[in-house]
Design a protein around this ligand. Sequence first.
Ligand code: NAD
Length: 465
Amino acid sequence: MPDPFDLVVVGAGPGGYIAAIRGAQLGLRVACVEKNKALGGACLNVGCIPSKALLDSSEWYHLAKQRFERHGIGCGDLRLDLARMLARKNQIVKGLTDGVAFLFRKNKVAAYHGAAQLVGKNRVMVAGEQVVELEAKAILLATGSEPAPLPFLAFDGVGVVSSTEALMFEQVPQHLIVIGAGYIGLELGSVWSRLGAKVTVLEFLPKLLPANDGELAGLLHKALSKQGLEIHLGAKVTGAKKKGKQVTVQAEHGDDMLEFTGDKVLVAVGRRPVTDGLGLEETGVRLDDKTGKVLVDDKYQTSVPHLFAIGDLVAGPMLAHKASEEGIAVAENLAGKPGHVNYSAIPSVIYTTPELAAVGLTEEQAKENGKPYKVGKFHFQANARAKCLDETEGLVKVITDAKTDRVLGLHILGPRASDLIGEGVLALEFGATAEDIARTCHGHPTLSEAVGEAARAAWDKALQA
Ligand code: NAD
């Protein structure tokens, strides 16, 4: 058995690998156990990164097909080389997962490959090429989540797939039926629609993305429909039949029953925590009866002392950056520093076109709070950079406290909303007012001016609207 560690992290996703590196930087002796060959977890291998690579590639293809002519660019015979597009995506994934291995070496994090199982509260057994037992003062569980199946429609990896297989179709599906209009359904639905598939999205809820600002989610719905995605809201998928290479999906839609037949069905109805095989029951770790998530206190400690859990395993949004923040907090707490996560300043991004990014309160939540609030908006239609880019769809919306001018929320539907939202996150972290943002000099011509102008509209009056 190797010498005892200060911290053994189980899982090398964006929660686990960040916790391991931060712990090592703070002087802890750290090991990280990962059952997959490549480090990086779902995010790097089968989630955020490959999906963004395909979203970017498919967007170029779509632009070349539909919009280049407006720029005076003729493409002649445009051709899709899907194999090359997938190879490029795989190359990006490899570069980044290798990068995690490099960071482990650089920071002296000991990497162990194999399935981890808790054996007592201070020991982890790793079943890899050899069986190794690790001893640690603290163990951090960061095993993440996996796609949740529908009870009546098991994944078969070919016709009925999860996001993992939908990132590697070797041919563009003829008709892709997407169950669930959440992050995955809309992002991967967009990818295959842009590449030429007919895409039908079935969503149980009566509104698209109800956790987002309703006005912006409604505009995104319109934009996606215009792009060709056929979205059915209030459609609860209740059954499916497979016949040969086709799958027929039935959905309750009010008093009607909808039926769609396609060659691929992507089930994107959420993810569930990965806890199987970890030996949690034997160790006495308490789980939430409803969600199966690990119960932790405000320091991420489970019901068992010295055993911690973060990321998709615990409550809160299943987002890579939220897991990373929690990983940093655990490492800092263990190193005697005051680690902490500000959950009111966690951004969310949906990488559709236009992108939808948000942080803080939506207008609906501000209304519910019952306190006077103000709204400032600025449309990309009036932003010079957006016009040059030919990306004028969408707007920026700032929600402020009417009395104090403090920013309560920022919502962006538009080009590079994913990058622009950073200003709103910083505003919430620093307790900034709309005036603070408005008086901050934004470069010209940039998309960020739209954020400045929306803040100006909330505080006083936009200059360019
Ligand atoms: P999700 O929770 O975002 O959306 C699932 C949707 O499926 C919901 O709208 C739900 O109402 C619907 N649904 C459930 N059962 C249904 C049924 N029987 N018929 C029709 N609709 C049904 O889940 P997801 O899209 O699978 O994503 C999983 C997680 O991964 C999310 O929590 C998200 O945070 C994360 N993720 C994030 C990003 C990003 O940050 N850009 C991208 C992908 C995934």
